[in-house]
Design a protein around this ligand. Sequence first.
Ligand code: ZN
Ligand code: ZN
Length: 158
Amino acid sequence: MPYETGPVPDYAPHLGPCWIWTGYISPEGYASTRSRRGLYEKLVGPIPVGLDLDHLCRVRACVNPSHLEPVSRRENVMRSTSFAAANAKKTHCDKGHPLKGDNLIVGTTKRRGKIVERRRCKTCNRLEGAAFRQRNPGYFKPYNDAAQRRRAQARSAA
Ligand SMILES: [Zn+2]
Ligand SMILES: [Zn+2]
């Protein structure tokens, strides 16, 4: 099969695991429209003319037909903008930490070729970093060693 059982989406865990497309993924992160629609039509049925498939799970590379819902193009665009707007207005992260003051990291990210603001929870960022280091021991060692060498060089130069 051209897909595999993927992770359960954070945005909508009740939907169950995503099917991550293993073929071509566009630079925007989407499986091709043809593969997404083809699978949907094969497993669910024809998509009414003029309708797009909207991701209920918000995972762009997902082709799980039960995560896809036919909607009008206008509605699809409105949904994604209201999703972005809701995200920008969030006062707490998904884990319930407050998104303000010391706990808020405001950075930027690239979305559809545009630089947009990205708000991030510092607590979650730290926890994810710690989990990553635990899963990948030694990953940062070359960087830390290089930094140590630079510090030692600076000391001996002084
Ligand atoms: Zn999905
Ligand atoms: Zn958090």
